[in-house]
Design a protein around this ligand. Structure first.
Ligand SMILES: *[C@@H]1O[C@H](CO)[C@@H](O)[C@H](O)[C@H]1NC(C)=O
Ligand SMILES: *[C@@H]1O[C@H](CO)[C@@H](O)[C@H](O)[C@H]1NC(C)=O
Ligand SMILES: *[C@@H]1O[C@H](CO)[C@@H](O)[C@H](O)[C@H]1NC(C)=O
Ligand SMILES: *[C@@H]1O[C@H](CO)[C@@H](O)[C@H](O)[C@H]1NC(C)=O
Length: 353
């Protein structure tokens, strides 16, 4: 099917796209009509749906949708993403952001069962809620638990939410391949419930974050069309199916990604969530959430901003040293234990360097 559509798109240069499309549509319709009578009724609907992918909308409803009962199109798992789609919040903390009136909101994606990571953040950088006169809000973002004990886990989450009022939960299944949905839900939530903040940051729960330095960066940052972090430029699309970030050409054809800010922690001005959600309705989603935002930024023609120095955001764990950690903004660590210990050590009085 893929090869077919590739050949077709090659042929367009000589045939012209319109005549070719009509020709293809006609041929396909003919085959479909025949197959409706000839093929058994349980013939898989996948190839009719694949066919629909390269037919224009008005050509598809003429007979495909009416003559043959076609199931709603489902993305072939696991490289496609169930977005855009209407998700709703199970836990929304609809008032919290208004009440706290933050300068920056920290949005932390975390899996439902990872209480340990939430507790680590709550006991360390999640407590830093005021820097100068700038307020910081902190929220954890989850989907639905999928584990065997999901009912019990959901009960625990509701209790945890009552206790801390820092959980936001949406009704998609929480899984690694659904992280793009989580990121988009984060942006949707910000658009609806936190419009008055100046900046937001998506930061992973296993990150060491220096909140003071983050605020200092943001005080000097533009309040519009601003996204920064560790910006990857010219990143190669991984085509080895064994790679954690494998993406087949059917999902994304170019060899390189546009610039994007690595998912460990990126900051953005609060005009962007709405723009990104808008762009995301028009772009084929990929399950790699940070790459997807890069694609949305490219669509919006907004360039990413490199941080003022390359040591601020770190994708590889930085070996602990008070001086170095007093100067960075974010780094991965080897463990939650490290994350907590480094933060505690940085709080003790005495010179940093
Ligand atoms: C096809 O369906 C869409 C959406 O239902 C509709 O807007 C459009 O007019 C239809 N086109 C034709 C040719 O019937
Ligand atoms: C937000 O949550 C509250 C409390 O659960 C609920 O009453 C309200 O309808 C929710 N709002 C939306 C838009 O989901
Ligand atoms: C946002 O800020 C403006 C100006 O400070 C204020 O009037 C408005 O009530 C705020 N809105 C929310 C939702 O907090
Ligand atoms: C992602 O979430 C959607 C909505 O809940 C679900 O249908 C889909 O199976 C999930 N995908 C994965 C890979 O978990």
């Amino acid at each position: 099917m893929v090869q077919d559509s590739e050949e077709l798109s090659l042929g367009q240069s000589t045939l012209g796209p319109r005549s070719l499309r009509s020709y293809a549509a006609f041929a396909v319709l003919l085959v479909l009509c025949l197959s409706y009578y000839v093929l058994p009724s349980d013939f898989p609907s996948t190839w009719t749906t694949t066919v629909r992918l390269f037919l224009k909308q008005e050509e598809t409803n003429v007979s495909l949708n009416t003559a043959i009962p076609v199931e709603p199109w489902k993305p072939p798992e696991p490289y496609c993403v169930a977005y855009p789609q209407k998700y709703h919040f199970i836990i929304n903390e609809s008032e919290k952001c208004q009440k706290e009136n933050p300068f920056v909101v920290l949005m932390i994606p975390v899996s439902p069962n990872n209480l340990e990571a939430r507790e680590a953040v709550r006991s360390t950088w999640g407590t830093e809620r005021l820097v100068g006169d700038k307020r910081v809000s902190v929220f954890f973002v989850l989907g639905l638990p999928t584990s065997e004990d999901k009912e019990k886990l959901q009960e625990d989450l509701l209790k945890e939410s009552e206790k801390y009022h820092d959980l936001i939960q949406s009704n998609f299944w929480d899984s690694y391949n659904n992280l793009t949905i989580k990121t988009m839900v984060i942006l949707e939530w910000l658009t609806v419930y936190c419009q008055n903040a100046t900046f937001a940051m998506k930061v992973d729960s296993d990150i060491f974050l220096n909140v003071k330095n983050l605020i200092h960066l943001l005080l000097a940052a533009p309040k519009q069309n601003y996204m920064s972090g560790l910006v990857a430029r010219g990143a190669v699309v991984l085509r080895n199916p064994n790679s954690k970030w494998y993406l087949p050409k059917t999902v994304y054809a170019p060899d390189f990604y546009p610039p994007y800010a690595l998912g460990l922690g990126y900051v953005f001005s609060m005009d962007l969530p709405q723009k990104l959600v808008g762009a995301a309705q028009l772009i084929k989603p990929v399950y790699i959430e940070d790459v997807f935002l890069g694609l949305c930024m490219q669509h919006l023609r907004i360039s990413l901003t490199d941080p003022p120095n390359g040591a601020l955001f770190n994708v590889f764990p930085v070996i602990y040293n008070r001086c170095r950690y007093s100067q960075l903004i974010a780094t991965t660590t080897h463990s939650l234990k490290d994350q907590v210990e480094f933060w505690k050590d940085l709080q003790r009085p005495g010179p940093y360097c």
